[in-house]
Design a protein around this ligand. Structure first.
Ligand SMILES: Cc1ncc(COP(=O)(O)O)c(C=O)c1O
Length: 317
């Protein structure tokens, strides 16, 4: 159980105590994996707390819900406000914010659209998804588990059920002593990590798999493609074979929780000559400035978190 003194969770318009954020055990989302969610980060900046790419995350949440026949009973500006209020109600920075859309009432049967669609938003202290020291490089295993094809489970949507293959791959890699798994697509091309997109660098060009490799279209990925371009590196989205990855000059994961994690070893092959490599280092340095509001060019990527209009009373001990 997470320790969460004084923490609040936003549930359908109310900020409730962390321990009271409960739903019925027969809910449709738990039984069939039909939930859609986001992972978002808030950072300290000189101008105060700010959320990275809030609008893009809300747009993806709405698109995921639409694909899964879930009509969110809040407009995108209301969802943004719920996320800002949750951040403001919880004094945590940097934080990892998790909005989730679900059917929380008892409702069994797969083809069930009857249950009420709900939104909850929680904020927890942000940690490094791939562990302390991951900024210097992680070891990853090419997984025996493959990404399901998007014709079966659209990876365009960020659904709870999509994480089953990542779970199996991630636990397998962890039990073998690696920090992360790299999943291949159904054709054997490189797809992504359990919670990250993947990039490689070769001859000062930056490569990453595209949607045809059944990836989640990461918001960090999109940001890195932009930053690499702005730094003058050509970027290419294409099918990537395992051998291409193993012989890259540099490789790294990107994701909201993992941020940018250089990959120093893949299934016992050392990647490049040093970790992080020079191109990765340059991209990380710019990314760090951007998320902390230190580069005015990218200021539109940050949304300031205003104080709550009405302060939430703290739970009595
Ligand atoms: C499977 C998967 N791929 C990629 C990503 C990276 O996406 P983003 O940069 O939007 O966090 C995530 C994290 O949300 C993920 O879970």
């Amino acid at each position: 159980m997470m320790a969460a003194d004084g923490r609040k969770v936003w549930m359908d318009g109310r900020l409730v105590d962390f321990a009271d954020a409960r739903i019925h055990v027969l809910n449709h989302t738990l039984h069939y994996g039909v939930g859609v969610f986001e992972g978002i980060r808030a950072y300290p900046t000189r101008q105060g707390p700010a959320i990275f790419r809030l609008t893009e995350h809300v747009n993806r949440l709405v698109a995921s819900a639409r694909l899964y026949h879930m009509e969110i009973p809040y407009s995108p500006p209301q969802i943004e406000q719920a996320i800002l209020d949750t951040q403001a109600a919880n004094d945590i920075l940097p934080s990892y914010i998790r909005p989730i859309v679900y059917r929380g009432e008892p409702a069994l049967g797969v083809k069930n659209l009857a249950g009420k669609v709900s939104l909850a938003v929680a904020a927890i202290p942000a940690k490094k998804y791939l562990g302390e020291g991951s900024e210097n490089g992680v070891r990853a295993k090419i997984s025996p588990y493959r990404k399901p094809h998007s014709d079966a489970l659209p990876t365009f949507a960020k659904t709870s059920g999509n994480y089953l293959s990542g779970y199996l791959a991630g636990i397998d890699a962890m039990k073998d002593g690696y920090e992360e798994a790299i999943l291949l697509d159904q054709n054997g091309y490189v797809s992504e990590g359990t919670g990250e997109n993947i990039f490689l660098v070769r001859n000062e060009k930056v490569y990453t798999p595209g949607l045809e490799s059944d990836i989640l279209l990461g918001i960090t990925r999109q940001s890195i493609l932009q930053l690499a371009t702005d730094l003058g590196y050509p970027v290419v989205e294409k099918l990537i074979s395992v051998n291409e990855l193993l012989t890259a000059d540099e490789a790294f994961f990107t994701g909201t929780y993992a941020e940018i994690a250089p990959i120093k070893e893949i299934s016992h092959f050392a990647i490049g000559k040093q970790s992080p490599g020079p191109v990765t280092r340059e991209i990380v340095a710019l990314f760090q400035k951007v998320i902390h509001g230190e580069d005015p060019k990218y200021a539109p990527w940050l949304t300031a978190v205003p104080p709550l209009a009405q302060p939430v009373p703290r739970a009595r001990k």
